[in-house]
Design a protein around this ligand. Structure first.
Ligand SMILES: [Zn+2]
Length: 493
């Protein structure tokens, strides 16, 4: 299947600020790199949104028949507290706080990251490389940049010379900043500073004696700067120039700007054809922030265990909610918005679930081919999922009319409608139906039967403390037991 030959995909390129025809470097192939998490804490919901957006993009490329190599890294070293090159290493700081090895921090939060993304039905990337696994590649790039004269060594550290680079290239072209303005707006360097000017950034940092995560290098023991790992890993797995580089909007500057500078300084050409940036998630109209308490974790949405929520929401509903906004727009999360999404999700799933029983006839009023192309047109317009979803609800409307006997559909059209809906909802948007989670509900049934049996045994033994405890704890979880003449049944609120 090579659907992409019939579809004209356009993507918004942050580098040019325009929507452009997507023309891959190698026909039929897409190379995509997305900046992954720094694994020193539980993944934020805002980050989940970014990764979900690129998961949808990955899925659509695959759906169109492209061979996609999707690389998303794990930052397990080198990310300092401040985006400037000072402060502690985020992972080392957490390790000290929890009195464990830095690699234990990395393992703990990598597992959390994978589990959370799996709950939201994200596909694993093709390659998930780590910064610590690519120290040699990073050192090689530093050597090249030094050789080309765009970096300098100072006291065991190596810094990128932004002023020198800007003379031959353009520093700031992705974020639309001018180096002169940046210089005017920053503090003067002090005598202790190793940098030649404040805009310079670290390629390699000397490790102080107490720094645990350290590697030998031509400049002494140290660790790589944060921006360098993405240049090293994207070049290694996707080549010196590749199709798509994605990430959150907040990474545009300095991170992505520095990636461009490093690549251009070492290879002489631009590393990325299309830069895609996903926008942020706000909570009740305000920026999410742990310090102000305006914050929610993915696990809290799924459990309903947060004061801003009236109930728990399934991961599929959360994913549907996220897909209802365009990936470049700010999305505001609130209890009301999630409730509305849940209603929409249920309507969509009900309609899809009723397709099997839909009666067919000799004619169709609903023009499937026209509708289907509208769905593609929406996705071809820079992955416009909210417009796609509006078209999906147009199909829902027709399905309901057919159900009520007010419209007709042929068997052939019904099959086409079903296949198209399933492709867009399950494969492209990655939204699962509740029946796909059937295994879970079977397990729940088994557990409930066991609990009811234990409660009956307790009652038979006149152990009312235990039988009451089982009933009360279940009630607290929102599960009601009902004793009837045919035995005990349960219902979930
Ligand atoms: Zn990156």
């Amino acid at each position: 299947m090579q659907l992409y030959k019939d579809q004209n995909l356009r993507v918004h390129n942050s580098l040019t600020g325009k929507k452009e025809d997507f023309q891959p470097i190698n026909e039929g192939h897409v190379g995509m790199y997305v900046c992954g998490p720094t694994v020193y804490s539980n993944v934020h919901l805002g980050n989940c949104r970014t990764f979900m957006s690129f998961d949808m993009i990955f899925r659509y490329f695959k759906h169109l028949g492209f061979k996609v190599r999707y690389v998303r890294n794990i930052t397990d070293a080198g990310h300092l507290e401040n985006d400037a090159d000072d402060g502690e290493d985020k992972i080392a700081k957490k390790a000290k706080l929890e009195q464990i090895e830095p690699m234990e921090v990395v393992q703990r939060y990598t597992v959390d990251f994978h589990n959370t993304l799996q709950q939201f039905n994200l596909l694993p990337p093709s390659i998930e490389p780590t910064a610590t696994g690519h120290i040699i590649e990073q050192i090689e790039i530093i050597k090249e940049i030094l050789e080309k004269g765009y970096a300098y060594e100072a006291n065991g550290s190596v810094y990128f010379d932004v002023i020198k680079f800007n003379k031959d290239h353009e520093y700031g072209k992705l974020s639309g900043r001018k180096l002169e303005d940046m210089i005017a707006n920053t503090r003067e360097l002090t005598a202790q500073d190793e940098k030649r000017n404040p805009q310079d950034f670290a390629l390699w940092k000397k490790a102080e004696p107490q720094h645990i995560m350290r590697w030998p290098s031509p400049w002494g023991d140290g660790f790589p700067g944060w921006h360098l790992e993405c240049t090293a890993m994207s070049t290694k797995y996707l080549g010196e120039t590749f199709d798509i580089h994605g990430g959150g909007m907040d990474l545009k500057f300095p991170h992505h700007e520095c990636e461009i500078a490093q690549a251009e300084a070492s290879t002489g050409h631009s590393p990325v054809k299309y830069w895609l940036h996903a926008n942020m998630l706000t909570l009740n109209g305000k920026k999410m922030s742990k310090s102000t308490g305006n914050n929610i974790y993915p696990s809290e949405i799924i459990s309903g265990n947060n004061d801003i929520l009236s109930k728990a929401y399934s991961p599929a509903v959360v994913r549907f909610f996220m897909m209802q906004a365009h990936y470049t727009s700010i999305l505001d999360l609130s209890d009301e918005a999630l409730q509305a999404s849940e209603k929409g999700y249920n309507r969509l799933m009900d309609a899809m679930g009723s397709l099997d029983t839909l009666k067919t006839g000799s004619k169709s009023e609903f023009e499937i081919a026209v509708w289907k192309q509208k769905c593609y047109d929406a996705m071809n317009d820079d992955f416009n999922t909210p417009i796609l979803i509006a078209h999906l609800f147009d199909a829902v409307k027709h399905i309901n009319l057919i159900k009520e006997g007010k419209e007709n559909i042929t068997q052939e059209d019904k099959t086409e409608l079903e296949n198209t809906l399933q492709a867009f909802v399950y494969d492209v948007l990655g939204i699962e139906s509740q029946s796909m989670a059937k295994d879970d509900s079977n397990a729940l049934k088994g557990v409930m039967e066991l609990l009811i049996q234990l409660r009956n045994e307790a009652r038979a033994n006149k152990d009312f403390a235990t039988s009451d405890k089982i009933r009360d704890e279940l009630t607290a979880l929102g599960i009601q037991l009902k004793d009837g003449k045919d035995g005990t049944t349960f219902s979930i609120n």
